[in-house]
Design a protein around this ligand. Structure first.
Ligand code: NDP
Ligand code: GDR
Length: 372
């Protein structure tokens, strides 16, 4: 039985990857952070009672800022494969917490690689690094490939650039089987609530059900190449099953705007929109309602406004990846389109909004916090 160690197992990708590896018969170990409240919601459905003998999913307390915990866990688990998915992964937040972001995303990767080397596991372990299309930042070439030059545009992207190169360096210097997956944006119903797609699907579902009144957005003309997290974690595993370690771009090769995603999400709820105004005065107005998903809305309601809070000091305007190498060498192709993914996300958020609306009708209001 192969053993995998996943940092960031409680995150979006970690949860899908853990499911995939368990299906493949792996013993899965995950690092979770100490938090003041439960933080395992995304993996609760696969969690096994740790009091039973030999659970195939085991969680260990640790942190990417704490090298001794990483060494201890690495030594206890002796994994065959390590997936480094843990990160402060929010680009906008990285401008507010740049030092912490660098500590976790850049030096955290180094700490994990050093734990492997310190324990003499560099000839037996295979290592996956969650690299990102944010490395391209201000793009130098369209579409972006494995050889497109980097120009990072945020403390997050700069930290991830260090992690990218230290991974390459450990491959070249110590012969470690180490790969960078340069993944473009990927989403799902498990996406963190403050990333743009989930903010839109959750926000509009809540508005349709009368739980919120307006969605406040930043740059809705940003262009992204969006795929589904389930398709992307399959590729993370495939990358570690090759003869030789290599870096791969994972993308769909199709680009849409944030505005498109708002329109699609509204359509899924039976709402038609008209955009009026420009710049900070732009807003989206309801021009049509069909079906029964939006009982709280009426024609003429303004359900989206622009707010300066959601603009970044330096923006990545456009990203479009080429999955050509992944397709040619690994036979990987995405199976879920961005539009299908949007429909799935809206359906899930609508279910939750309906439940919350029902509770509200019975006097039980739930907190609706949304910070970034
Ligand atoms: P999430 O933000 O959903 O998950 C991040 C995970 O990292 C969570 O489990 C989080 O724990 C954990 N984490 C955060 N800080 C630390 C720390 N100090 N020590 C240990 N663990 C920590 O990210 P995704 O699942 O979306 O992304 C996975 C990885 O892929 C990240 O590295 C991200 O930067 C990268 N990436 C993501 C892309 C995407 O579009 N989703 C695209 C390209 C790269 P907790 O649950 O406690 O917060
Ligand atoms: P990104 O994802 O920065 O690409 O990083 P995010 O969904 O946060 O933003 C995408 C684009 O939407 C614009 N935008 C807004 N974004 C947020 N979050 N909130 C808003 O209100 C809003 N309005 C407009 C942004 O400016 C941006 O252009 C994600 C993360 O998962 C990273 O960890 C990962 O590396 C990259 O994708 C690839």
């Amino acid at each position: 039985m192969k053993k995998a160690l996943i940092t960031g197992i409680t995150g979006q990708d970690g949860s899908y990857l853990a499911e995939l590896l368990l299906q493949k018969g792996y013993e899965v170990h995950g690092i979770k952070r100490r938090a003041s409240s439960f933080n395992t919601q995304r993996i609760d459905h696969i969690y096994e009672d740790p009091h039973e003998p030999d659970p195939s999913l085991k969680l260990h307390y640790g942190d990417l800022t704490d090298s001794s915990s990483l060494k201890r866990i690495m030594s206890e688990v002796q994994p065959d494969e390590v997936y480094n998915l843990g990160a402060q992964s929010h680009v906008a937040v990285s401008f507010q917490a740049p030092e912490y972001t660098a500590d976790v995303d850049a030096i955290g990767t180094l700490r994990l690689l050093e734990a492997i080397r310190f324990l003499g596991l560099e000839k037996s372990v295979r290592f996956y690094q969650a690299s990102t299309s944010e490395l391209y930042g201000q793009v130098q070439e369209i579409p972006q490939t494995e050889t497109t030059p980097f120009h990072p545009r945020s403390p997050y992207a700069v930290a991830k650039m260090y992690a990218y190169w230290i991974t390459v360096n450990y491959r070249e210097a110590y012969g470690l089987y180490a790969c960078n997956g340069i993944l473009f944006n990927h989403e799902s119903p498990r996406r963190g609530e403050t990333f743009v797609t989930r903010k839109i699907t959750r926000g509009l579902a809540n508005i349709a059900q009368g739980l919120e009144t307006c969605l406040y957005m930043g740059n809705i003309d940003a262009l992204r190449d969006w795929g589904h997290a389930k398709d992307y974690v399959r590729m993370q595993w495939m990358m570690l099953q090759q003869e030789e370690p290599e870096d791969f771009v994972i993308a769909t090769g199709v680009q849409h705007s944030v505005r498109d995603f708002i329109i699609w999400s509204a359509e899924e709820l039976g709402i038609s929109l008209r955009f009026e105004g420009s710049g900070l005065d732009e807003q989206a107005i309801v021009t049509g309602i069909t079906g029964k998903n939006a009982p709280a809305l009426k024609l003429g309601d303004v359900i989206m406004r622009i707010h300066p809070q959601y603009f970044r000091p330096a923006e990545v305007e456009t990203l479009l990846g080429s999955p050509a190498k992944a397709k040619a060498k690994l036979g990987w192709e995405p199976q879920i389109t961005a539009r299908q993914m949007c429909a799935e996300m809206v359906a899930e958020d609508l279910k939750t909004a309906r439940r919350h609306s029902l509770l509200k009708d019975h006097g039980l209001e739930l907190p609706m916090a949304l910070e970034a």
